[in-house]
Design a binder for this molecule. Structure first.
Ligand SMILES: Cc1cc2nc3c(=O)[nH]c(=O)nc-3n(C[C@H](O)[C@H](O)[C@H](O)COP(=O)(O)OP(=O)(O)OC[C@H]3O[C@@H](n4cnc5c(N)ncnc54)[C@H](O)[C@@H]3O)c2cc1C
Length: 523
């Protein structure tokens, strides 16, 4: 995949695209995969990099949502469990089975969660990930050696999926491209065009790299901009009422010593009545999340002090070694595009299910849902869009469509396993240029060949793209990522023919960004 090829295709196009998708997160890219694999001509435009929004900032779970079961939302759980199974089937190099232990400190918890999690597993039917079990205190400790032992009675173990959100996203971009879609990052939609009938019939997009503007015709435009959906809707109709109630959630990342196990901890009820997870992820410990209503979504949301304190305090209750601010290697924030219902005051109670909405202008917005259900969401969206635009009816094929990189035994590639069937090509780069097999930082596994691969084949355009979303360095250890920036810029400069001043600007921009993922240590 090369951005220049994508923009050339966009510029050569003379007839309207069947579908233009705005937004390159899980929702938009899922739609591009679905539409292209049905045989529709589809163009996707992302204002920044693919996955810059919420889709890089999730808890990285492919799950049915135990909490929705508690809320009695059986249909939503069943749908997500099925999608969880399909995702593992279609992207086994990126989705793995993870054991989650609910530690029990009260007598009623083992029977209560034991039964609930049996139901959770039963709802998965043939898509099950493994039977839940009640654990003794010793069995719980064997799985979670660093769990707080004071008052610990035992636990319940159940199984769910884990993934790397942006590796999946980049592989979905590649899948869509393999199927014939055109996808352009750094292309911001700045206006919607309308025909004489008043219906939206295209978009105007700005190339964020050159400042050039493209006017693009479409038979239907799908707004898949997540938390930003309302601002895009207002490009067509300034007075529409909001659909989205944005709410932010933070995660803190610590080193492996806080949870040196292959099982995760699931806390079903925090002091504010939410679910919290501590998860082993890429050799680190990921803890989150919160749910804080916000007024205006931004691309780089900022964690609030009270959110940080809440996550630290909750983690401290369950871990033998309570983490402090100075242990935080990275903090990242995502915005839930919750769809408003009722008076829309309590975001935690709003629907997690997806919504497809048509404005009077004919602009279609699809939002809500979750990463796990992106495929199902895309199938519904393309059905609706095709119907609306009177495109020839074509069946969805994504239930059994392998995601780019599909490999049934990718673990054998070690740290390169996330690349699946692309891993051997990266190993070839390492063999051809041995210096590219050196780790770029002693605390992270990433090597120069991955930077070159991302730049040549995955449309990485900036140092941030490589360190935040092609590799996960920024999300795992922001200081280490900052230290890698110079070398990443040097490697990218050679690939993209950057001037020295461009490389310097890139490092400076990334350094500023990375500071936002680090915590100052107070007192
Ligand atoms: C804290 C948190 C944890 C989560 N954890 C999980 C989890 O573990 N499992 C799970 O299944 N789900 C999880 N989710 C939900 C999941 O991450 C989201 O549902 C999903 O990522 C939303 O994707 P999206 O494509 O709709 O939005 P986004 O990823 O935000 O994508 C929208 C894109 O639109 C682009 N855009 C905006 N305006 C324009 C424009 N004018 N022109 C072009 N592009 C534009 C943005 O730059 C952005 O990239 C979590 C969500 C949060 C907030």
């Amino acid at each position: 995949m090369r951005r220049s090829d994508m923009t050339a295709r966009l510029e050569e196009r003379r007839s309207p695209w069947d579908i233009v998708v705005i937004g390159g997160g899980a929702t938009g890219v899922g739609i591009a995969v679905d539409a292209a694999s049905r045989g529709y001509d589809v163009l996707l435009l992302e204002q920044h990099d693919f996955g810059k929004g919420t889709s890089s900032r999730s808890t990285k779970l492919v799950h049915g949502g135990v909490r929705y079961l508690e809320q009695g939302n059986i249909a939503l759980v069943m749908e997500a469990l099925k999608e969880r199974g399909l995702l593992r089937q279609n992207a086994p190099h990126l989705v793995s089975n993870l054991a989650f232990v609910v530690p029990n400190y009260d007598w009623w918890e083992a029977p209560f969660y034991g039964l609930g999690l049996k139901i959770y597993n039963a709802l998965a039917g043939k898509y099950g990930f493994g039977s839940s079990e009640v654990l003794s205190r010793e069995e719980t400790l064997a799985r979670l050696p660093t769990i707080n032992t004071e008052g610990l009675r035992g636990g319940v173990v159940y199984y769910d999926g884990q993934f790397d959100d942006t590796r999946l996203l980049i592989n979905l971009v590649a899948t869509a491209a393999d199927q014939g879609a055109t996808l352009v990052n750094y292309a911001r939609v700045v206006a919607l065009t309308k025909g004489t009938d008043g219906f939206v019939d295209g978009v105007v997009a700005a190339d964020e790299e050159t400042g050039q503007e493209w006017t693009i015709a479409a038979r239907v435009v799908i707004n898949a901009t997540g938390a930003f959906s309302d601002s895009v809707r207002r490009l067509a109709e300034p007075d529409v009422t909001s659909l989205i109630a944005p709410s932010q959630g933070i995660h803190l990342v610590f080193d492996h010593s806080f949870l040196p196990s292959t099982s995760a901890i699931m806390v079903p009820h925090t002091s504010d009545g939410r679910v919290m997870f501590a998860i082993p992820w890429h050799g680190h410990t990921l803890v989150g999340t919160t749910d804080t209503p916000i007024t205006t979504p931004t691309l780089e949301p900022v964690p609030l002090d009270e959110e940080i304190e809440f996550v630290l305090e909750t983690a401290g209750r369950y871990l033998l070694k309570p983490p402090t601010r100075k242990d935080v290697l990275s903090v990242f924030v995502g915005i839930r595009p919750l769809v408003k219902s009722g008076d829309g005051k309590l975001t935690a109670a709003l629907s997690r299910d997806h919504t497809i909405h048509f404005d009077a202008s004919g602009l279609m917005t699809t939002t809500g849902g979750k990463w796990t259900t992106y495929r199902n969401m895309a199938e519904h969206a393309v059905d609706q869009a095709a119907d609306f635009a009177r495109l020839a009816e074509r069946p969805c094929v994504t239930r059994s469509l392998n995601v780019h990189g599909f490999h049934s035994n990718a673990d054998r590639f070690g740290a390169l396993g996330v690349y699946g069937s692309d891993a051997p090509a990266i190993q070839d780069l390492m063999r051809a240029t041995p210096s590219w097999s050196e780790p770029l930082h002693p605390q992270l596994p990433y090597v120069g060949a991955e930077v070159v691969w991302a730049t040549r084949h995955e449309m990485a355009r900036t140092v941030e793209d490589v360190l935040a979303r092609r590799t996960r360095a920024l999300f795992l250890n922001a200081r280490a990522a900052e230290a890698m920036a110079q070398e990443v810029a040097r490697l990218m400069a050679a690939e993209l023919d950057w001037s020295e001043s461009r490389a310097v600007r890139e490092v400076a921009a990334f350094t500023t960004l990375a500071k936002g993922y680090q915590l100052s240590t107070k007192g």
